[in-house]
Ligand binder design. Structure first.
Ligand code: UTP
Length: 291
């Protein structure tokens, strides 16, 4: 069966990043670097590798560095050209989105992730879209997470959510899904709960920040219902949409690092550094000296 293609991806980057103060006082947390590229670039790379054509950023005040990052830097390019730095010039050209393929809108008040997604409704329009939380960066031996999900979506259609296993002790920090009978790595979702109180999680499968959603989610988000933490939650709108449309969970084959938290960010730098042919061997030696 042919399902409507997923052409657009939404990146909500309007959060305050309080867990990373003072670094995030004057710089968005999405611009912190993992090895030599900003966290947001790693997530955009994943979307582009999956064939996404249009990038939609929901930003907020003090996030203009993100817009500047996805624009040209003529003075820098000229200086590099004068010095014959062709390698660096190519690096810059590779990360520049094609003109017209990136859009920016602002979430005026940080009312929650669901509200940030709702702010993208006019830019998404009436088609399925990918949602990628830019704090979460993924590392996989083969295809990355969104491409794995699109393989499933092309079979199933509907809504697709990537999950990973967490421990019962950590389940209260995340959105958790309940699943019915399926075949690893895909299961139908039968329930969802955002940040379940300790001991009440329906499973140990947590939503790790990658979604393929149908546009009907927007009218449910426009109800502006507040959920966990007094915020407008995407999980609550998805629970409503579950009454009307299928949702499938896909187990991510790879690893996710939560770069919105210090330990995840530090671990990501080590993991991505070790995976690099030009840095890995030397980094390994340095790490061995430290430990
Ligand atoms: P977080 O829970 O990580 O919140 O949001 P935060 O404010 O960014 O960070 P801390 O907790 O203060 O350190 C999860 C994702 O949702 C986005 C964030 O940018 C992040 O990608 N978000 C959250 C919004 O865009 N708007 C919101 O109102 C809330």
């Amino acid at each position: 069966m042919h399902h409507k293609p997923v052409r657009k991806a939404v990146f909500p980057v309007a959060g305050l990043g309080t867990r990373f103060l003072p670094a995030t006082k004057a710089m968005p947390k999405e611009m912190l670097t993992v090895v030599d590229r900003p966290v947001i670039q790693h997530v955009v790379d994943e979307a582009r590798e999956a064939g996404i054509e249009h990038l939609i950023f929901v930003t907020g005040r003090n996030k203009s560095a993100i817009e500047d990052y996805f624009d040209r830097q003529p003075e820098l390019e000229q200086a590099l050209a004068e010095r014959g730095r062709t390698h660096e010039l190519k690096l810059l050209a590779d990360v520049l989105p094609q003109a017209g393929s990136a859009s920016f809108t602002r979430q005026q008040d940080p009312l929650g992730l669901g509200h940030a997604v709702w702010c993208a409704r006019e830019l998404v329009g009436d088609e399925p879209f990918a949602l990628l939380l830019p704090d979460m960066i993924t590392q996989s031996p083969g295809k990355r997470c969104l491409a794995q999900m699109l393989d499933v979506y092309n079979q199933t259609g509907g809504n697709v959510i990537a999950v990973e296993e967490t421990t019962p002790e950590d389940a209260h920090k995340f959105g958790i899904v309940a699943t019915g009978a399926g075949k690893d790595p895909v299961w139908p979702i039968t329930g969802m709960v955002e940040k379940p109180p300790k001991g009440t999680a329906p499973s140990n499968l947590y939503i790790m920040g990658r979604y393929i959603l149908q546009p009907e989610i927007f009218s449910l988000l426009s109800r502006m219902e507040k959920g966990a933490g007094g915020e407008i939650q995407i999980t609550d709108a998805m629970v409503h949409l579950m009454g009307q449309q299928p949702f499938n969970a896909v187990r991510h084959q790879g690893r996710t690092f939560d770069c919105g938290a210090k330990i995840g960010f530090l671990t990501a730098n080590v993991a991505f550094g070790l995976a690099r042919a030009d840095l890995g061997p030397e980094l390994k030696v340095e790490l061995a000296k430290l430990i």
